[in-house]
Design a protein around this ligand. Structure first.
Ligand SMILES: [Zn+2]
Length: 341
């Protein structure tokens, strides 16, 4: 007895000490940022969100103003003049038709095509999306729906081309439509194509169905208030996988604690949903953010029987949302704790 008691006491002290230290560390901005950064190797495109030393990016002062526009017009626009990295058939039913700057995905169904995001301009929609579809053997006129992840023109700017030419129906969240209608966009470039006119409004939990394919829609405010994220099935040589496509990633409005908290909450919730749905692929709508640049090049040289570069397995794929949750929560704490604001 005399021997056992001290051992038990020691164990208890060690255990409670360990658990106290972990939570205490997590509750600091630095601790949470480090927790998020554990997954940096898996998702290098998300690491910017974990940076609590640089100022939080604020693009809202770049909104439409005549002087800004003339100054910006004289500079080459890297964002818009991106090179193509597609078109690439990535799964049996999913195709990349974007540029190196912005993604555009085509989901093929038994009753036509669903386009996810429309690039910056009508010219890009024609050059990259329409031409890409044709090169891949798809029929652009079959594009029934265009789902736009959020109310920024690098995702809606090419919509007019498909709406006018193919009568494609545009799908966005009510918040996104309303903000566009009320001229509330805080990030805007005059080079982007026209905003769409309200068409199909989706809300959290809605499903866009076309033929044999269902796309689940979740409202994930954060990058913008109207951001939606998607879950849908893809097939690799007939084997089913599930994609979670995060509809908007970067912070762009400075130290707005409430909005960043909403982001962190949305990432936490969507991550849980993705796990329940056994999502095994993480995607976003910029190819550098989700590693598509590298993965697309691997697809092009993939040999029969080799693993699919986009398929991570559920346990790994959902870590992207842990990273988004923790790093944005670190930013909230950093604002609260007045670190490097
Ligand atoms: Zn955006």
């Amino acid at each position: 007895m005399k021997i056992i008691i001290p051992i038990v006491t020691t164990l208890l002290v060690v255990m409670s000490g360990a658990s106290f230290n972990t939570s205490a560390t997590d509750l600091t901005a630095k601790g949470l940022s480090q927790k998020g950064m554990q997954h940096a190797e898996l998702f290098p495109g998300l690491t910017k969100l974990c940076d609590i030393d640089s100022p939080i990016r604020d693009l809202s002062n770049r909104k439409r103003s005549v002087s800004d526009n003339s100054e910006q017009r004289s500079k080459p626009n890297r964002n818009i003049q991106r090179q193509p990295i597609g078109p690439v058939k990535v799964f049996d039913n999913l195709y990349f038709v974007g540029t190196s700057g912005v993604s555009s995905w085509v989901l093929e169904t038994s009753k036509g095509l669903i386009l996810i995001d429309a690039l910056n301009t009508n010219e890009q929609a024609k050059t990259f999306i329409e031409k890409g579809m044709l090169e891949l053997g798809l029929t652009p006129a079959d594009t029934k729906f265009l789902i736009i992840g959020h109310e920024h023109g690098d995702h809606y700017g090419g919509q007019g081309y498909f709406v006018d030419k193919y009568l494609t129906q545009v799908v966005m969240s009510d918040t996104a439509w309303t903000r566009m209608e009320n001229n509330q966009l805080t990030v805007f470039s005059p080079r982007w194509g026209a905003m769409p006119k309200r068409d199909i409004t989706v809300k959290d939990g809605d499903i866009v169905t076309l033929g044999d394919t269902k796309v689940q829609i979740y409202e994930t405010p954060g990058h913008t208030p109207g951001t939606i994220s998607l879950i849908f099935p893809v097939y690799d040589n007939g084997k089913k996988h599930m994609v979670a496509l995060w509809g908007g990633t970067g912070l762009n409005y400075g130290p707005d604690k409430q909005r960043i908290q909403a982001y962190s909450d949305a990432a936490a919730r969507f991550g849980k949903i993705a796990k329940t749905q056994e999502v095994d692929i993480f995607m976003s709508n910029h190819p550098r953010t989700d590693g598509s640049v590298k993965k697309l090049s691997l697809i092009k040289t993939r040999k029969l029987g080799q693993p699919h570069p986009f398929v991570l397995g559920t346990e790994t794929a959902v870590k992207a949302f842990d990273m988004l949750r923790d790093c944005t929560q670190a930013q909230v704490l950093r604002i609260t704790q007045q670190i490097n604001r």
